[in-house]
Design a protein around this ligand. Structure first.
Ligand code: SF4
Length: 213
């Protein structure tokens, strides 16, 4: 995609989804770390229904480190994979306390050193907590949309992210992180993309190929 079309893609998506923001609820950096961990293989809506009672029980990083594992498992049970997630949350809290004086770090290297935090999660945390858009959190929506529009032919999230970083100027990365999620939820839906009403169909390789434009 040439730079003119890249700019047009961002402009149209921003007009279409003016309210595109992170949809996970949190009030502290570590709450977001926890919410992002819980959102793996789970919808943000379900995470947001689960976290109020969890964040009421655990108000500080220390609380997350100290909570009994079984109690934590019960609190996050609705989000699935609760045993693994509970283990990672507790270990992550301990690492933040021991290695970063209780303060959530802000670099990719430091964040990915934490239990349960991969590159995708780190991108979300850096963006939403610190306003640092260094890369793109390639989730299921960003992956699908990148492949369909023709921004990347790769399947691995890390490789797709590298393609997107090459295509989109840095100033657009923050927008892209949110816009792809909203476009994926509202229009480019996994089971049946709404191509006929899609705001960027004229820029989409999948649409053009199907319509033989
Ligand atoms: S035209 Fe269809 S496949 Fe392409 S981005 Fe829009 S909804 Fe997705």
């Amino acid at each position: 995609m040439n730079s003119k079309n890249v700019m047009e893609l961002v402009k149209i998506m921003k007009q279409t989804y003016p309210d595109a923001t992170c949809s996970l609820d949190f009030t502290t950096p570590f709450e977001l770390v926890v919410a992002v961990m819980l959102s793996a293989q789970c919808t943000d809506e379900r995470v947001n229904r689960t976290t109020p009672s969890l964040f009421k029980r655990c108000k500080t990083v220390q609380d997350f480190a100290d909570i009994d594992l079984k109690e934590l498992e019960n609190l996050i049970h609705p989000c699935g994979f609760y045993k693994n997630k509970a283990k990672n949350i507790k270990l992550c809290a301990k690492q933040v306390l021991e290695n970063f004086n209780g303060i959530v770090p802000h670099t990719m290297e430091e964040l990915t050193s934490l239990a349960g935090v991969g590159r995708k999660s780190a991108n979300v945390i850096m963006l939403e907590v610190f306003g640092i858009a260094e890369g793109v959190a390639v989730d299921t929506h960003a992956k699908r949309i990148s492949n369909l529009i023709g921004l990347s032919s790769k399947k691995e999230p890390e490789k797709i992210e590298q393609d997107l970083i090459k295509i989109f100027p840095k100033k657009y990365l923050q927008d892209i992180n949110h816009l792809f999620v909203w476009h994926g939820r509202n229009t480019c839906i996994a089971r049946k993309p709404k191509c006929d009403v899609c705001c960027v169909s004229h820029l989409c390789a999948h649409y053009k190929n199907n319509k033989k434009i």
